[in-house]
Design a protein around this ligand. Structure first.
Ligand SMILES: Nc1ncnc2c1ncn2[C@@H]1O[C@H](COP(=O)(O)OP(=O)(O)OP(=O)(O)O)[C@@H](O)[C@H]1O
Length: 250
């Protein structure tokens, strides 16, 4: 059995590669020298206790924060600021979903089709059907329960047919059945060759859906490995799972 390790999985020329990422907010070093890699067709979860630096890494990948040091590349080319993400085949969902409550379900998903690509409405309808939202197409998103709104946000990301999908706490606020359904969707997306990076607190979801788990603590990677190996790693138990068992936050 392989053990969880802190060694980077280094293949910088395909997929997402984060190398030596250091981000500072004034005098605070939020993440330091973080390496991670997400290959095509792979689901990688970034976990860690509150304040470990997960969102900071995610935001650096999205171009929302500027690293003090390090690089973020997709297929060997630097990932630029947010505006360039769609062109590079990157789609993401955000905590709080970011859907437009006054627009219909269909309109929200049409927004996700990259500008200039044909048959936007047809594509959006297909995506809604795949995610079981077809019957809600004409309803305002604001009228839907949270779980359906979360699926609209996911549909909007997927309709872009991303080659890299970034999910920020996708299981947050969902019940057991919706989390199971989300897991199936994420695995289907990866099976089509998409690289998936997710930040998530829900340990069972992470363990069920991920090929690899990267554990952050105090801004450093403390373990990388298959979910079952990471789960047994004493450093992780101490830093994260033990904390989660004791109540979630430190
Ligand atoms: N914009 C900011 N300005 C100053 N400090 C920040 C900023 N964003 C994050 N931090 C700090 O950086 C560290 C890492 O925060 P981050 O939000 O990345 O952690 P996290 O693992 O995502 O936490 P959580 O699970 O609570 O979302 C924390 O100490 C946090 O207070």
């Amino acid at each position: 059995m392989s053990r969880a390790t802190t060694a980077p999985t280094a293949r910088a020329d395909t997929g997402l590669a984060v190398r030596g990422l250091t981000v500072r907010f004034g005098g605070l070093t939020a993440v330091e020298d973080v390496d991670l890699h997400v290959d095509d067709g792979e689901v990688v979860a970034l976990i860690g206790p509150n304040g470990a630096g997960k969102t900071t890494v995610f935001n650096a990948v999205c171009g929302l924060v500027r690293p003090a040091r390090g690089t973020v590349t997709l297929d060997g080319r630097p990932l630029g600021p947010t505006a360039g993400l769609t062109r590079r085949g990157v789609a993401r969902t955000l905590q709080g979903l970011g859907v437009f409550p006054g627009l219909t379900v269909l309109e929200n998903v049409v927004v996700g089709v990259p500008a200039g690509e044909p048959r936007a409405h047809e594509r959006a309808r297909k995506e809604l059907d795949v995610l079981g939202l077809g019957e809600h197409a004409a309803r305002p998103v604001g009228a839907l329960p949270y779980a359906e709104r979360a699926r609209v946000a996911l549909a909007r990301a997927l309709v872009a047919r991303p080659r890299l999908l970034l999910l920020d706490e996708p299981a947050g606020g969902l019940g057991h059945d919706d989390i199971a359904a989300l897991g199936r969707v994420v695995r289907d997306v990866a099976a089509r060759g998409t690289a998936v990076l997710l930040v998530e607190h829900h340990v069972d979801f992470v363990m069920g859906v991920s090929d690899r788990v990267v554990v952050l603590d105090f801004g450093h990677v403390i373990a990388v490995g298959a979910p079952q190996d990471v789960q047994r790693d004493p450093r992780v138990e101490e830093a994260y799972l033990g904390v989660a068992a004791a109540g979630g936050a430190r």
